[in-house]
Ligand binder design. Structure first.
Ligand SMILES: O=C(O)[C@@H](CO)OP(=O)(O)O
Ligand SMILES: [Mg+2]
Length: 401
């Protein structure tokens, strides 16, 4: 019933106005799945390769579509994804493009769910999923590669860890986002938004810490549950390999100073989450920081691990972190993303399912988070391509998908 009978690939717009790949997968019994690839700006050096969409589509049509149509079953995700790997023939999807691969992989999963008449999270995770929901990490202030003339640290995140429901959590993040705007206005700081919908004011990081901390306290008092503070430092973007320093607008820090700086921030702001505090090649510095503050906060590897089980194994062996960011397009298929989550869970690492800065209305990651019982999801706070995922979580919780 889930035999794939057609795959259509097209270019569509992403949230930055760039082209990206969308895939439709159709099965023998009329099952239908549609999914689109997201795209990063602060991409990790070791990510699977995203090709220009026109090239990725042409290459996928030439190498992958004929191997899947009439051959593979959409309900058998491992089969679909291993055919994608075989059709590509490289170890980083540089032939068919990780953008074509992930769009087809996710569309096949949706077609498989459609044939079953089950929500995607249940098809992926089984009958016992759908009770636990991830805490949404919401980006309220940002800069780095996501906005010009804004903060050095890429993302100031909030995490309503005490929220009684996913709905309360999603609304709490939106409330912090809007309270930040009020506080910026009080200080006469004009600002627009960055790629992920976070405010992108031209202020230094220390002022951003003050403002977000105050906004969190105001909203916490209002909602009556605890809201944590977190960061995506995107350390690899700040790191200068020649000078071996982290370059901030007003200062530069060597690796020891960067570790001390982050550890101080964890203590001062009671950070619950710190992503990529250090360069993507520096497992040792990650391990040092994790040793120092890993019992108080999550140290999460994004560019460090790139959703890749080989890199995660290295990280586990070296005690580099206690959490992994999961982005299906960093590795190219849902199977690879699942394997990374399973390996992480077995080793006591928390998985954080994540959007990219360039997104579409696709909601697959909301289902992936519920299907894998992931403790966190990072998918912004506002903006249509972000709220698409947040609203889908609310619908799943309401059993209305
Ligand atoms: O660094 C990150 O975690 C992501 C998403 O927030 O950004 P990008 O998609 O640009 O890599
Ligand atoms: Mg990141």
């Amino acid at each position: 019933m889930t035999l794939i009978t057609d795959i259509r690939l097209r270019r569509i717009l992403d949230s930055r106005g760039n082209p990206t790949v969308e895939a439709d997968v159709i099965t023998e019994s009329g099952g239908f799945g549609r999914a689109a690839a997201p795209s990063g700006a602060s991409t990790g050096e070791y990510e699977a390769v995203e090709r220009p969409p026109t090239e990725a589509i042409a290459a996928a049509r030439e190498h992958a579509v004929s191997r899947l149509v009439g051959e593979a079953y959409a309900g058998n995700q491992r089969e679909v994804d291993s055919i994608l790997h075989a059709a590509d023939g490289t170890d980083d999807f540089s032939e068919i493009g990780a953008n074509s691969a992930v769009a087809i992989s996710m569309a096949a999963a949706k077609a498989g769910a459609d044939v079953l008449g089950a929500p995607l999270f249940q098809h992926l995770g089984g009958a016992f999923r759908g009770e636990n929901f991830p805490v949404p990490l919401g980006n309220v202030v940002g800069g780095g590669e996501h906005a010009a003339d804004a903060t050095d640290i890429q993302e100031f995140l909030v995490a309503p860890v005490g929220a009684p429901s996913v709905e309360d959590a999603v609304f709490a993040n939106a409330a912090v986002h809007s309270t930040v705007a009020d506080l910026l206005e009080d200080r006469d700081v004009p600002c627009g938004k960055g790629d992920e919908g976070a405010w992108a004011p031209s202020i230094d990081d220390s002022e951003a810490f003050e403002i977000v901390d105050e906004a969190v306290s105001i909203v916490e008092d209002d909602v009556g549950f605890s809201i944590g503070f977190g960061l995506d430092v995107a350390g690899a973007e700040l790191y200068d390999a020649d000078s071996e320093t982290y370059e901030y607008s007003d200062t530069s820090r060597d690796t020891d100073e960067q570790i001390a700086y982050i550890a101080d921030l964890v203590r001062e702001y009671d950070l619950v989450y710190v992503e990529d505090p250090l360069d993507e090649n520096d497992y040792d510095a990650f391990a040092e920081l994790t040793d120092e503050v890993g019992d108080q906060t999550l140290i999460c590897g994004d560019d460090l691990f790139v959703t890749n089980t080989d890199r995660l194994v290295d990280g586990i062996d070296r005690g580099a972190a206690n959490s992994i960011l999961i982005k299906p397009n960093q590795i190219g298929t849902l199977t690879d993303a699942f394997d990374a989550i399973e390996l992480a869970t077995q080793n006591g690492y928390d998985s954080v399912i994540s959007h990219r800065s360039g997104e579409t209305e696709d909601t697959t990651i909301a289902h992936l988070a519920v299907a894998t019982d992931a403790p966190f999801i990072k998918t912004g706070a506002v903006g249509g391509e972000r709220t698409a995922k947040l609203n889908e979580l609310i619908r799943i919780a309401d059993d209305a998908t």
